[in-house]
Design a protein around this ligand. Structure first.
Ligand code: FES
Length: 263
């Protein structure tokens, strides 16, 4: 009888130890920088409660404006029941929903687990901990709520599309300014990101055994799959565009930038 020896398993790597010779650290470092900058800017902007509208434009960080001082507010100014000790800003009422949609996104989870928690910092690179932090227990099991945040995100797309339409209604009538284009591009990029969501893809066709027997769902599934193939690109492009849209409206409202009217 022949005997074979099993291959010797390599000992666990130390944190950061790897045989890789490429610049594996660049991607998590860039991810960390962009996401940390975005979270920092969005938090600062949300607490400002000022300079979030300019003419027919409304910053996407403040839309929908449920309560507030601008003409875009649905239910009037800050309500009397708002606790005096809590800072008030229309953005604080709505930003958690798109924020949690992005936070629980399957793509972003992979990106920020590497960039922020080093879990692992990159493929085939040693981790700082030996235990497995799966998504089976609290708090990470809550990441599975992603599909519910998707439903809200789809409503937000409709609201932002309505804002883009309203951004053509100037005091002197219909027009298109640079701000109109900025807000419209933002809706397009956010739609590309949201409609390519893994959960939506499953929802529209992933549950069917024979998708070909359902032509409408089959077409929706195809479209969703096309966007899903570039989900990472849509994720980054829409992240930048939503922050830039707020910055654009803010700069115009503060009189630092001029909003050029195209016609
Ligand atoms: Fe990224 Fe749903 S998986 S938005």
């Amino acid at each position: 009888m022949t005997t074979r020896s099993l291959p010797v398993l390599a000992p666990p790597r130390r944190f950061g130890q790897t045989a890789r010779t490429d610049a594996w650290w660049v991607q998590p470092a860039v991810t960390f920088t962009i996401l940390a900058s975005f979270v920092g800017y969005a938090t600062w902007a949300a607490f400002q409660n000022a300079h979030y509208t300019f003419g027919p434009y409304l910053s996407p960080f403040y839309s929908p404006e449920l309560f507030g001082d601008s003409p875009h507010a649905w239910f009037g100014p800050k309500p009397g029941w708002w606790p005096a000790l809590l800072p008030f800003s229309p953005a604080l009422l709505i930003l958690p929903f798109p924020g949690l949609f992005r936070f629980t996104c399957y793509y972003y989870r992979g990106a920020y687990y590497k960039a922020f928690w080093a879990d692992p910092v990159s493929c085939a690179v040693g981790e700082p901990r030996k235990s497995y932090w799966g998504e089976r227990w609290l708090p990470l099991v809550l990441q599975n709520a992603h599909r519910f945040f998707l439903y809200v995100a789809l409503i937000f797309i409709l609201l932002l599309a309505w804002d883009a339409i309203k951004a053509t209604q100037f005091e002197d009538g219909f027009g298109i300014g640079v701000g109109t284009l900025v807000l419209t591009a933002n809706v397009v990029l956010l739609s590309g990101y949201t409609l390519g969501c893994h959960s939506l893809r499953h929802l529209v066709g992933g549950r069917k055994d024979q998708l070909s027997k359902h032509p409408v769902q089959s077409k929706c599934y195809e479209g969703c799959s096309k966007l899903n193939r570039n989900h990472m690109k849509w994720a980054w492009a829409s992240l930048v565009s939503v922050a830039f849209s707020d910055l654009y409206v803010r700069m115009c409202a503060m009189g630092i930038w001029t909003d050029w009217r195209i016609f």
